[in-house]
Design a protein around this ligand. Structure first.
Ligand SMILES: [Cu+2]
Length: 108
């Protein structure tokens, strides 16, 4: 009886949290000097993780239009992540390669 109760509690409370947390990270790959996908739409509270899939080239994910300083470069197999709490359009670019651009569209 106790075990059944714990199992039910586990399924009802813990599992949805697990799913929620799992679904709450979106990955953008950096391949061949491109952000893939270039534009993503996420809900507020989502963490976006950029993963550098290049063989040699480093990049950065710079929200220059938010008047931020450029973050550290991300080297191959490294990643950069950022959580988006508020709705809006968030364009970014790569520091060393101004032609590399992307947008995070955060909306409900
Ligand atoms: Cu770059």
């Amino acid at each position: 009886m106790f075990l059944t109760l714990m199992l039910i509690i586990g399924l009802v409370f813990v599992f949805p949290i697990y799913l929620y947390a799992k679904d709450n990270v979106v990955t953008v790959e950096i391949v061949k000097y491109k952000f893939m996908p270039q534009e993503i739409t996420v809900t507020p509270g989502t963490t976006v993780r950029w993963v550098n899939k290049e063989k040699r080239q480093y990049h950065s994910v710079w929200f220059k239009q938010l008047n931020e300083v450029e973050p550290d470069y991300i080297f191959p197999d490294e990643s950069y992540q950022r959580k988006f709490e508020t709705a809006g359009l968030f364009p970014y670019r790569c520091g060393p390669h101004p032609e590399m651009t992307g947008t995070v569209n955060v909306k409900f």
